[in-house]
Design a protein around this ligand. Sequence first.
Ligand code: C5P
Ligand code: MG
Length: 340
Amino acid sequence: MAAAASGRQAWRQVMRAPASSTQKPQLGRQSEQLLQRRAASSSSSSPAAAHSIIQRPTAPAQQQQQRSYSSSSQSNNSSTPPPPPPPRGKDKNNLKFWPFLVVIALGSSSYILLVNRRKEMPAVPPPVSSKTSPTFSPDDVTVLFVLGGPGAGKGTQCARLVKDFGFTHLSAGDLLRAEQTREGSEFGALIRDCIKDGSIVPMEVTVQLLENAMKDTIATSGGVSGGAKARFLIDGFPRKMDQALKFEEAVCLARLVLFFDCPEDEMERRLLERGKTSGRSDDNADSIRKRFRTFVETSMPVVDHYEKEGRVVKVDATPTPDAVYRDTQARLTKVLGDNF
Ligand code: C5P
Ligand code: MG
């Protein structure tokens, strides 16, 4: 995973500018440094050799400076004979060209290495949209984010809310799993790695999948204008602050976060039980541990952020599903009214 990350970074750097413009300045700097180092070490042992290395690549302005220095020293010491011309021949040519050959060889091999690594890399998410206003207005679309640790019972509670209150349930995890196995998806390998590892898929992918699903739902139901509000439960999202910010900036402002709070040992028990039949690659002890860590370190700050804004409805998710659902209904009614 670390290798993939550093690979992606390298790819992004290459993507910022064509190979010719990223490589050339590097080669130029390297060759300059090599030349200066070579000149400094040679000047102590052989002034003539240093003279030949520095002279050859100097720009006209530097040559001018060197020339005027010589002429002033000549005018100050008119009796001093001019320095002997630099030696010519085989040795001098070797000294001039071998640093260039080394630099060109190094540059070419690192370029080939980059190109080869690019071929092995997973797809890179599309660039972040530069859109400044959200696709949907909260006047037309109600969004409730549903958060909680893995195994807290988000999916179970969402299914009940859909049945009783006509929400559309969109699970970010389900959308990612569907994208992972969709034929021709450029993100399949990336999503597979993240899910197995319990880490967060780059937000561009998840936000785009959610926006597409919302558009499809609204289009299928005949649009939002003039009709009843579209209402979405977005389950398992946002799992990271960048997802929250991007979604609210580009897609829709959320009404609130429904947070199912559950202790880890209870969630672990549920996940291991579910793992017997779920067939999910991440319902095993190792992935579960990583998912818990990601939840505490990355997703809890999102809950804290919305809590500070007074947009969290917190429910204790330890009891039975029936009991949790009763509590959920009661709390949502308090905040959103009877017909939420
Ligand atoms: O919500 P669920 O447990 O189905 O998510 C499974 C995995 O999908 C997460 O562990 C994570 O790797 C990925 N995911 C994500 N971003 C989200 C939701 C899920 O990266 N918002
Ligand atoms: Mg789920």
